[in-house]
Design a protein around this ligand. Structure first.
Ligand code: ZN
Length: 166
């Protein structure tokens, strides 16, 4: 596996089972893989939801950027989050882009933005599983669950198990 240029971020690609850039692009043909998000997608292959965290000020940010939006440090580290949070925004799509695993004829496709437990204002958008669309509520506690899209792991959410609720 080739080594990446040292740019100040922790080089997760050196961990032996991480895939190279070319294979990563092949695994996610429908995603726009770039230098800023590639380590987050590498995390998906391990069913690990990573978010960029600044090593200087320890704040998280998403979507990924090359520098910390809080302190402008370039010491950004893709870091796994626990996957728990609360629903901040809910949308029900009655039509949308064609995705093999989504059938709009079966009912509206839920899209939720979750405020992650790690930091106020840190949000990640995906879909909701294991819950009827009309039971999804703002403020509801959710946890990360992995499904598949385009034959690759895809992070989604489901209602938090009672033990995880606070
Ligand atoms: Zn920072």
């Amino acid at each position: 596996m080739r080594e990446l240029a040292c740019d100040g971020r922790e080089d997760l690609s050196n961990r032996d089972v991480e895939v190279g850039d070319e294979e990563l692009v092949l695994r996610f043909p429908h995603a726009r893989i770039d230098h800023d998000n590639k380590d987050l997608y590498r995390g998906w292959l391990r069913r690990e939801l990573r978010i960029h965290r600044c090593r200087e000020c320890e704040r998280w940010h998403h979507p990924p950027r090359p520098i910390c939006p809080h302190c402008w440090s370039t010491k950004i580290v893709p870091t796994p989050v626990c996957g728990r949070g609360k629903i901040f925004l809910k949308m029900l799509l009655h039509q949308g882009p064609e995705v093999p695993e989504v059938d709009y004829r079966e009912g509206p496709h839920p899209v939720i933005t979750v405020e992650l437990e790690e930091q106020t204002g840190l949000r990640f958008t995906s879909t909701m599983l294991e819950c009827a669309s009309d039971e999804i509520e703002i403020g509801m506690a959710v946890e990360l669950v992995w499904t598949e899209r385009h034959a690759a792991p895809f992070p989604a959410f489901r209602p938090a198990s009672p033990s995880a609720e606070q």
